[in-house]
Design a protein around this ligand. Structure first.
Ligand code: SF4
Length: 361
């Protein structure tokens, strides 16, 4: 196998070389990070775009085996943020010039949920005067719903595949109609065809996962020609079935390093996509998000969900920011952005450069 320096210089990225890059030792990892930082600077600049995150509800109809808010976790207190609270959060995002918001929710396909989203999107458009970018992360929906929400002003959609290896997917999800790998894959294709800036992502350090799987995930994102990515380390939650495999997991430090390598490699391979510096990175290391920004991430999502609900959107253990109010969350992110030598893109939507390029006729 050629050296890491040679692979980077000649841009030789395939299944085999990506595994080799993921295995890089400390010295070679520095080369990877230097390359990803340079590519980030060249193709997307040093701006970091903020998306005010609103965790609308933790009520979910699905049972993903890793998730703390899965339907079968009866220890989880369920909540729904009220319209007034959402309106306040949106106003806050506008006043603080965040440029965009993300509405994330447990997955529901009921008429009530779809209609509530319709109403909220209209409200966001009104408060944001049509200038606020809107990303949705509300799971699998029908094409008609995706289209309707797009027409109501949502222009980005994040639907994480979690693993692009079908066999591994079914080790972390129940194998049934509600958790169908091909339905999820198809949903990603539909989102693109509707016109969304489409994002996906994976968990890193899952039980049963190999470096081969992660290399395939990178190629999957490249071949799917996604516009945005949110990925981070798998962090176990004690009230989930996957917790029984906790002894088989790699230590947190390794999961963090591997996550950084994945972010850097995605930046190197896809150059101009938007990559989020996720909360899960921060859960493993207080400098996690700063590190990710330094090596290629360019999006951050300050949590502006009213503090009272934060503890209940507990996807994994020790999720950071559970006791923060929106103001603290924003101040912390600002500090992290400047520590990373970047600048906040206040008032800018920060659409993915990749999207403009791929949709240019
Ligand atoms: S990962 Fe998403 S869809 Fe799965 S149980 Fe959790 S909230 Fe629901």
């Amino acid at each position: 196998m050629p050296s890491i320096a040679y692979l980077l210089k000649n841009r030789i990225f395939n299944q085999e070389t990506l595994v080799h890059l993921l295995e890089a030792d400390e010295q070679d990892t520095r080369l990877i990070f230097a390359e990803s930082a340079a590519i980030r600077q060249k193709y997307v600049g040093n701006k970091v775009y903020l998306r005010g995150l609103i965790e609308l509800s933790n009520i979910c109809d699905k049972d993903c085996l890793y998730c703390g808010i899965r339907k079968s976790n009866h220890k989880c207190d369920r909540y729904v943020v009220t319209d007034d609270e959402i309106a306040r959060a949106i106003r806050y995002a506008v006043e603080t010039k965040m440029g965009s918001v993300v509405i994330q929710s447990g997955e529901l396909q009921t008429n009530n949920f779809v209609e509530r989203m319709n109403k909220l999107l209209a409200m966001i458009r009104e408060i944001g005067k049509g200038e606020l970018g809107v990303t949705l992360s509300c799971g699998e929906q029908t094409e008609e719903t995706y289209r309707h929400w797009f027409n109501l002003g949502a222009t980005r959609y994040l639907l994480r595949i979690e693993s692009s290896n079908e066999a591994l997917y079914y080790k972390i999800h129940p194998k049934n109609e509600k958790h169908d790998f091909n339905v999820r894959l198809n949903a990603l294709r539909v989102l693109k065809s509707v016109g969304y800036q489409t994002g996906t992502g994976v968990m890193i350090g899952l039980p049963f996962q190999t470096l081969n799987d992660l290399a395939s995930d990178l190629l999957f994102m490249r071949d799917m020609d996604i516009d945005m990515c949110g990925m981070g380390p798998y962090i176990e939650h004690e009230d989930t079935p996957l917790y029984e495999y906790r002894e088989t997991l790699m230590p947190f430090e390794q999961r963090l390093t591997l996550s950084m390598k994945m972010i850097a490699l995605l930046r190197i391979i896809m150059k101009d996509v938007n990559i989020a510096s996720t909360t899960a990175l921060q859960a493993l290391d207080k400098n996690g998000r700063v590190q990710a920004l330094k090596i290629g991430a360019n999006v951050m999502m300050p949590n502006i969900t009213p503090g009272l609900y934060r503890n209940n959107y507990s996807l994994y253990l020790n999720k950071p920011g559970m006791d923060e109010e929106a103001e603290d969350s924003v101040r912390n992110l600002e500090r992290q952005v400047s520590e990373a030598g970047c600048e906040v893109g206040y008032g800018q939507r920060g659409d993915a450069v990749h999207f403009s390029r791929r949709t240019k006729t």
